[in-house]
Design a protein around this ligand. Structure first.
Ligand code: GH3
Ligand code: MG
Ligand code: MG
Length: 370
């Protein structure tokens, strides 16, 4: 049984929204044609927004559902706080519209409980009620209500306020997205990488699962800029980023680390899986041909792979990055277009795919990307 009913009796809404999902290494999260700052801040008019209505009276709920459904909003209703929390956790509505006075737990309790869970804390809540008193309004705002609407109100006003809040939320989401993503490639930026690496470090250590890092640096990239121009250099970066996002698993994070350097954080991946990601990237990059008005440009990269096993040899994520960086340095020094790892037995960099080795498609295709 679903914890709430749809306006039309159809199955409950599904899917999720928000920055956290967008920051997964989901190639969908990467703009197929990233346009940097040219992207509009808000372009969400086409999306049908999901509203969770919390109203104990079925007659009132029916009236509101009908009115909101006319606005192309997908409305689902529940009658109490506990069911609302369940529905919000599972289905992440874009906004919750709740009566401030509910049986047992109130609209204010609802806001507090939503705030306790990171999965629901950013869902905006608008409260409404019969003749809401001034101190009740104040407490609602203090608790985190985005708006408080007191009856009597017209549904036109209710809809206008609700739309205003949805617009604010869209702006915020777009700004967060900008703050978290590299504008050129659409990958996560370095700040996100460092935050997520720190989180994955803790989580992998707790679960005693390995954590691999794949560090990539495009070869002779400066000369691509010098010979073919900066715009071509940018295109190469975008193409390489897309290839890297595809080479990583859905649960990994691919990020732009610096100019022409990228990093994949792969939680749960041992050195072998990290190496597979690197090989797959190298193989797919070899297929990329950038047309530069007459000539066809091919790009290679050097890659360093390191893995933390949480066996006491590494104390911090920075050390893991350092190991990958050292392996990458040796890949460069050995002649580029190579993959080196940090060998845990030697405790030193070691070649895994020597410079200019032929592409090994067989092993590359083995990587489980489910
Ligand atoms: P190596 O093989 O040793 O890595 O040599 P490299 O030329 O790739 O490395 P180097 O560090 O000498 O040059 C990196 C260049 O990347 C220099 C910088 O101008 C360029 N770069 C950094 N960010 C961007 C960018 O956003 N767009 C473009 N087109 N170039 C960039
Ligand atoms: Mg570099
Ligand atoms: Mg380089």
């Amino acid at each position: 049984m679903t914890p709430f009913t749809d306006s039309d009796g159809s199955p409950s809404f599904s899917g999720s929204s928000g920055v956290s999902r967008a920051m997964n290494n989901d190639p969908q999260g990467i703009d197929p044609e990233p346009q940097g700052d040219a992207r509009p801040i808000v372009n969400t008019a086409h999306r049908r927004r999901r509203i969770l209505l919390v109203e104990p009276s079925s007659i009132e709920a029916q009236k509101l559902r009908e009115r909101l459904s006319m606005e192309n909003l997908e409305v689902h209703s529940v009658q109490d706080v506990i069911t609302a929390i369940q529905a919000a956790t599972i289905h992440r509505p874009n906004l919750i519209l709740s009566n401030i006075r509910l049986p047992i737990l109130s609209g204010l309790d609802l806001i507090r409980r939503l705030g306790d869970d990171p999965a629901t804390s950013s869902i905006p809540v608008i409260l409404f009620g019969d003749q809401v008193l001034s101190d009740e309004r104040a407490r609602a705002f203090d608790a985190g209500a985005r708006d408080v609407i007191s009856k009597p109100f017209t549904t036109t006003e209710l809809v206008a306020r609700l739309r205003a809040e949805l617009r604010n939320r869209d702006d915020l989401t777009a700004l967060e997205r900008r703050a978290h993503r590299d504008g050129l490639t659409g990958l996560a930026n370095r700040g996100v990488l460092e935050d997520q690496l720190a989180r994955e470090w803790q989580s992998c250590r707790r679960r005693s699962t390995p954590l691999a890092i794949v560090m990539v640096d495009l070869d002779h990239f400066k000369s691509i800029n010098d010979v073919h121009g900066h715009a071509t250099g940018d295109e190469v970066l975008r193409r390489a980023a897309r290839v890297l996002a595809r080479a990583a698993r859905a649960s990994d994070l691919a990020a732009r680390y610096g100019g022409e350097e990228f990093v994949v954080v792969a939680p749960g991946a041992n050195l072998e899986i990290g190496l597979q990601i690197a090989k797959r990237f190298r193989a797919e990059l070899a297929q990329v041909v950038v047309n530069t008005g007459g000539t066809e440009l091919k790009v290679t990269a050097s890659v360093g792979v390191a893995c933390a096993q949480f066996d006491g040899t590494l104390d911090a994520p920075a050390q893991l990055l350092h190991r990958a960086d050292t392996a990458l340095y040796e890949a460069k020094r050995s002649g580029r277009d190579a993959i080196w790892t940090h060998d845990p037995i030697l405790d030193a960099p070691a070649p895994a795919v020597p410079s200019h080795s032929p592409i090994e498609l067989g092993s590359v295709l083995e990587l489980d990307n489910s």
